[in-house]
Structures are given as structure tokens and as C-alpha cells.
Design a protein around this ligand. Structure first.
Ligand SMILES: Cc1cc2nc3c(=O)[nH]c(=O)nc-3n(C[C@H](O)[C@H](O)[C@H](O)COP(=O)(O)O)c2cc1C
Length: 282
């Protein structure tokens, strides 16, 4: 049996990665609190609702549950003229997350984050998922064309969902940027600050790259000595690395898209064995 515990559980502080849709006034405090109390993430419908009314719903929800819950907001809602201001007001009510739907979420995300509120975005395409991720959304979830209500999706969920998950594979890139200590050996690494700064500088050749020759931090070498880690040098960051990990070559394959949990090694082995045996038996 696969574990139902996913990164979303840690992000939102919930037991199960299950949310109710913030279906306008139909998703009130009773529904949201019931979902939260059952271990999921309750979401209050909030599309176009004035702040005063929303505050009452939030207070009622807090009376019904001590757990985390979210508030839904429709981006670019013509019923709410001051959209950004509206979102600011909702964020100030202190939900765990704001759940956005429809237009471009980009301007709203920093406002919510400024209040310490997470942002989940419902998307209708892989392109929208990438845009939301780039804008700093904490999580996206996909709506297929078969969904009820306002439909942003154009693709059946069974195609869109795997495509959306796979889009994370693009976080890795095959490159030969890390040529210190081991030149001419291509690597696949996660995109990080070293790569971003090099690309922003126009991808200059060896010898004229940003920060070349400077230290990204200190690590213990195989001789047990503390040494500087020079930018563009290869290596795997040891637990005692003292520096900015975002500059280190973070080796990772496209299979990182399939990593949905961080578990102890023993658990990984036993889960793999159990799942493989179940698959073979079935
Ligand atoms: C009655 C109804 C009202 C909805 N209202 C909203 C809403 O206010 N905000 C929102 O983000 N999504 C809304 N949705 C869309 C849902 O978020 C979700 O995409 C949809 O319910 C998924 O389809 P399904 O219910 O058939 O599984 C609504 C859906 C329905 C059926």
C-alpha cells in the first residue's frame, strides 16, 4: 500500500492530502471544519464575498475546528473591483492557505506570503501550473475539463494530472557547468543560483563566469580538513557543509519528479518491497 502522506500534508499540517473545493457559499464553516476535523484541509468558499461576511465565516470555522483551513478566492473576479486589496484583507484573516482559481495568480502570491499565508492554485493546464510554480505558489492542483462549476481545464484530468506532475522534471538540467575537479563530465543537476546567475550573464565560457574562483562555503574534505568549496567545483554537499547550498551542484535526475516524500532509508526499502510485491501479486 502506498503512503497517503505527501509533501502537501507537511505544508499544510494535515493528515491526508484531501481538500474540499471552495465552492462559493456552498463551502461554509460546517463543511470546511468537517473536512479539517477528518484530517483533510477544509476550504471556505470566498469568491466575491465582502470582508465583513468572510470574517464571520472564519470566526465560525475557528469555533468548529482547531485545525488548519483555507479560503478560496477567484482571481480576476469581476464581482470584486479591488482584487489585490480584497486578497490582502483575506490574507490578514490568517487562514493557513489561500486557494486561488482562474486568472494569473502572480501578483497575489507575494501579498499572501507577506502575511505568512500559503498559496495553493487550481490550474487548468500544464502552462498554468508552470506559471503558478514560477510565481512562487506553494502547491498547484489540476482541474480537468470534466470538472463541475467554472471550467478552466481543457484536458481530461487523467492526462493533465500526470503531465502536471511530470513538469517538475524540468527542474533538472543536463549541463557541464561544474567543471572544477572533473572537467568535461556532463552532470544533471537541479536548477539553482549558480545556473540562474550564469544564464542571466549570457552563459559565458569557463574563465569568465559569475563568481568564478570564489568560495560558496566550507566543507570537510576526505582528509578531514575544513576547506573552501570553490564555485563550479563538483561534489555532494556533506551534512557539515557551511555555506549557501543553492550554489552547490545539486545532482538530481528527472526521477526526482517521483519523489513525493522524505522517508528514512529503511522505510523506503520496506515500502518499495511491499509495493512491488503487491504489484506482482495483482
Ligand atoms: C457547484 C460548484 C461551485 C464551484 N465553485 C467554485 C468556486 O467558487 N471556486 C473555485 O475555485 N472552484 C469552484 N468550483 C470548481 C471546483 O474547484 C473544482 O474544480 C470542481 O468541483 C471539480 O470537479 P468535480 O466536482 O466534478 O470533481 C465549483 C464547482 C462546483 C461543482
Amino acid at each position: 500500500m502506498r503512503s497517503l502522506h505527501t509533501p502537501l500534508c507537511d505544508l499544510l499540517g494535515i493528515r491526508y492530502p484531501i481538500l474540499n473545493a471552495g465552492i462559493g457559499p456552498a463551502a461554509g464553516p460546517e463543511l470546511a471544519a468537517a473536512v479539517t476535523n477528518a484530517g483533510g484541509f477544509g476550504v471556505l468558499g470566498g469568491g466575491g464575498m465582502p470582508h465583513e461576511a468572510m470574517r464571520k465565516l472564519v470566526a465560525r470555522t475557528r469555533a468548529l475546528t482547531e485545525g488548519p483551513f483555507g479560503i478560496n478566492a477567484i482571481v480576476d473576479d469581476p464581482a470584486v473591483p479591488e482584487d489585490l486589496e480584497h486578497l490582502e484583507g483575506i490574507a490578514a484573516m490568517g487562514p493557513t492557505a489561500i486557494v486561488l482559481f482562474w486568472g494569473d495568480p502572480t501578483p497575489y502570491i507575494p501579498i499572501a506570503h507577506g502575511h505568512g499565508v500559503k498559496v495553493l492554485v487550481q490550474v487548468g493546464s500544464v502552462g498554468e501550473a508552470k506559471r503558478a510554480a514560477k510565481a512562487g505558489a506553494d502547491a498547484v492542483f489540476a482541474q480537468g475539463v470534466e470538472a463541475g462549476g467554472h471550467v478552466r481545464g481543457t484536458t481530461p484530468i487523467w492526462e493533465l494530472l500526470p503531465d502536471t506532475v511530470r513538469a517538475r522534471a524540468e527542474d533538472t538540467v543536463l549541463n557541464d557547468l561544474y567543471d572544477g575537479d572533473w572537467p568535461n563530465a556532463p552532470h544533471r543537476t537541479l536548477r539553482n543560483k549558480t545556473l540562474a546567475e550564469w544564464e542571466a550573464a549570457g552563459s559565458p565560457p569557463h574563465g569568465s563566469r559569475p563568481g568564478e574562483g570564489t568560495s560558496i562555503g566550507r566543507r570537510t574534505n576526505s582528509m578531514g580538513e575544513r576547506v573552501d568549496w570553490i564555485r563550479y567545483s563538483i561534489g555532494t554537499a556533506p551534512p557539515d557543509f557551511d555555506g549557501d547550498i543553492e550554489y552547490a551542484p545539486l545532482w538530481a535526475g528527472e526521477s526526482c519528479s517521483d519523489v513525493n516524500d522524505i522517508k528514512p532509508a529503511e522505510r523506503i526499502v520496506s515500502d518499495l518491497v511491499r509495493e512491488a510485491e503487491a504489484e506482482l501479486a495483482g
